[in-house]
Design a protein around this ligand. Structure first.
Ligand code: TRP
Length: 337
C-alpha cells in the first residue's frame, strides 16, 4: 500500500581498522554523498567487524571518531544521512547471532576474504573472522535496503547475505528485502601507487602505496613523486590500463579530481612526459583533499558535536533495526518480552 511512495534505502559501512584513503573517498564516500536526496541512507563505522583482527584499543577508538568526522567532511550531511557507530546499535549483534544459525559452514568456508585474512593472521584465526559474513548480513538486512554500495572485494559477502535472506524468507515468509550490491564504475577504482595492479587499501602494509585523507600536502606530493609509472620506452601519458597500469591509475585519479576526460588529459600532457604529469596529479589530489582535511580537523576539535551526531544516528538506526529484529525473533519462536 505505501509501497509506491516509499523511498529507496541504501546502506554501507567501512571498518575503522585503518585510516581512510583517497581510494575510500573517490571509490565510495564521494558517491554516497550524492545519493542523500534520492535515498534513505545509512552509513556506519563497522567497529564490531574490526576486532576480528587484533586492534590497539586507543587506535580503534580514535579511528572510529576520525572516520565519522571524515564521513561528514566528505559531504555526508548528518541531517540527511543516518551516521552511526555499529557497536552502539545492539540489534546488529542480536540479528548477527540469529543469522549465524542460518549460514552454513560450507558457505563461510568459501569466502575469499576469510581465506586471505586467515593466511595473513595465521596466529589469530578466530571464530569471529570466520562468521563475519553473518554479522555483515545482519548489518544489511536490519535496514531492509534496496542497494548496498560496496567494493569488488565485498561482492561475495553481499551475495551470501542475499542467499541467507532468501533461505530465511523461504522458511518464514517475507521478512527481509533482498538487497542488490551496487558496485561503482571501474573508473573510480583507485589502485596502489606503489603496486598499481592491486587496490589502494587502508590495510596495506606499504604506506607509500596509499594516500590518506588526513595526510599533509608535502607527504602527498612525495608519494606521487615516487608513484610507480611504467617501464615502457614511450614515457607518454596515454590511457592503456593493461599495458600501463601505473599511468592509467594516475590518470583515473587525475580525472576523478579534476573532472577531465582521458582524451583531454592525454592532450594536456602531450609531449611532456611523466615528469610534468606526476606533480600535476599530486596538486589536483592535494586541492581535492584540502577542504576535507581542514573540515575533519575542525570537527575533531568539536567532540560535543560528533557525540551528538553519533548518538542521534544510533537512535534513528536502532528504531528501524528494532522493527526488523522483533519480526525475526517472533518468526523463529522467541517469547515476546
Ligand atoms: N565488510 C566490509 C569491509 O570490510 C565492511 C562492512 C561491514 C559492510 N558491514 C557491512 C559493508 C555492511 C557494507 C554493508 O569493507
Amino acid at each position: 500500500m505505501e509501497e509506491n511512495k516509499k523511498r529507496k534505502v541504501m546502506l554501507s559501512g567501512i571498518q575503522p581498522s585503518g585510516d581512510l584513503t583517497l581510494g575510500s573517498y573517490l571509490g565510495a564516500i564521494k558517491n554516497w554523498g550524492a545519493r542523500a536526496d534520492e535515498f534513505d541512507c545509512y552509513y556506519f563505522m563497522a567497529d564490531l567487524h574490526s576486532i576480528t583482527v587484533r586492534q590497539t584499543p586507543a587506535d580503534l577508538r580514535r579511528r572510529t571518531l576520525e572516520q565519522l568526522a571524515q564521513y561528514i567532511a566528505c559531504g555526508l550531511d548528518p541531517e540527511k544521512n543516518t551516521l552511526f557507530i555499529q557497536s552502539h546499535v545492539p540489534e546488529h549483534t542480536q540479528l548477527g547471532w540469529v543469522l549465524n544459525c542460518y549460514t552454513m559452514f560450507g558457505e563461510l568456508s568459501r569466502m575469499t576474504q576469510f581465506k586471505d585474512k586467515s593466511a595473513k593472521n595465521a596466529e589469530n584465526i578466530n571464530g569471529g573472522l570466520f562468521t563475519y559474513p553473518a554479522l555483515m548480513a545482519a548489518d544489511i538486512l536490519l535496514y531492509q535496503p534496496d542497494y548496498v554500495p560496496v567494493g569488488d572485494d565485498q561482492k561475495q559477502h553481499v551475495e551470501l547475505c542475499r542467499d541467507v535472506a532468501m533461505r530465511f524468507n523461504n522458511i518464514y515468509g517475507d521478512v527481509f528485502r533482498i538487497p542488490e550490491p551496487y558496485i561503482p564504475k571501474v573508473g573510480a577504482r583507485v589502485m596502489s601507487l606503489s603496486a598499481p595492479t592491486s587496490k589502494m587499501s587502508k590495510s596495506d602494509k606499504d604506506p607509500n602505496g596509499c594516500v590518506y585523507l588526513l595526510e599533509a600536502p608535502e607527504v602527498i606530493a612525495r608519494k606521487f613523486k615516487r608513484a610507480v609509472t611504467d617501464s615502457d620506452t614511450e614515457r607518454c601519458v596515454r590511457y592503456a590500463p593493461e599495458e600501463k597500469p601505473g599511468v592509467a591509475n594516475l590518470m583515473s585519479i587525475y580525472s576523478a579530481c579534476t573532472g577531465k576526460a582521458y582524451a583531454e588529459i592525454e592532450a594536456e600532457f602531450d609531449g611532456r612526459g611523466y615528469g610534468a604529469f606526476k606533480p600535476a596529479v599530486a596538486d589536483a589530489v592535494v586541492e581535492t583533499l584540502r577542504p576535507i582535511r581542514e573540515e575533519s580537523e575542525r570537527l575533531l576539535r568539536d567532540k560535543g558535536y560528533l557525540e551528538q551526531v553519533y548518538r542521534a544516528g544510533a537512535e534513528k538506526a536502532s528504531a528501524i533495526a528494532g522493527k526488523t529484529l522483533r519480526k525475526v525473533y517472533k518468526k523463529v519462536g522467541f517469547v515476546a518480552k
